[in-house]
Design a protein around this ligand. Structure first.
Ligand code: AMP
Length: 171
């Protein structure tokens, strides 16, 4: 995973002053890195017997959809408000400033599902925790939560306490 770390680009003050944005587009441009990432998640999660992958908008779609294909599992998107066309459920969560909302189609997961939640990056953990809540609202189980990058100094793991967390690269 050291070679993948080298493909993550720091962009200071994006999208606002004080944030160091972790740009993963060099990873997307490297097929061997994408294969290594998908393989690492597959190996880490196969023992959990998942039945579905949920990807968080938007970079979670990329890694989540690849993992779903590799594991031959269905994929479900969790999106920002106003994007999904069918009947949906939603969850509110706290952002650094104000509130955020995430939505999922009512038929996105079923009660019997054991779900893998995927995003590109774990920061404060609010987004992933809200997604887990959304899945559990339907009565499904969260089998594991996967991130390519973990910003450990933000302690996002605290919001996901008791869950199976896999992160491939830590800063
Ligand atoms: P959080 O809810 O704080 O864990 O934030 C995670 C979400 O915000 C993920 O969907 C990330 O893509 C995005 N994000 C947060 N901080 C960064 C960062 N420094 N660089 C890139 N993406 C970030």
């Amino acid at each position: 995973m050291e070679s993948i770390k080298k493909l993550i680009r720091d962009i200071p003050d994006f999208p606002k002053p004080g944030i160091i944005f972790k740009d993963i587009t060099p990873i997307l441009g490297d097929p061997a890195a994408m294969a290594a990432i998908t393989g690492a998640f597959e190996k880490a999660f196969e023992g959990l017997k998942p039945t579905r992958v949920v990807g968080i908008e938007s970079r979670g779609f990329i890694f989540g959809a690849l993992l779903a294909r590799a594991m031959n599992l269905p994929f479900t998107p969790v999106r920002k408000p106003g994007k999904l066309p069918y009947d949906k459920i939603s969850v509110q969560y706290t952002l650094e400033y104000g509130e955020g909302t995430l939505e999922m189609h009512t038929d996105g997961v079923t009660r019997d599902d054991r779900v893998l939640v995927m995003d590109d990056l774990l920061a404060t953990g609010g987004t992933a925790a809200a997604t887990c809540e959304l899945i559990e609202k339907v009565g499904a189980k969260v089998a594991g939560v996967g991130f390519v990058i973990e910003l450990a100094f933000l302690e996002g793991r605290a919001k996901l306490k008791g869950r199976n967390i896999v992160s491939l690269v830590t800063f």
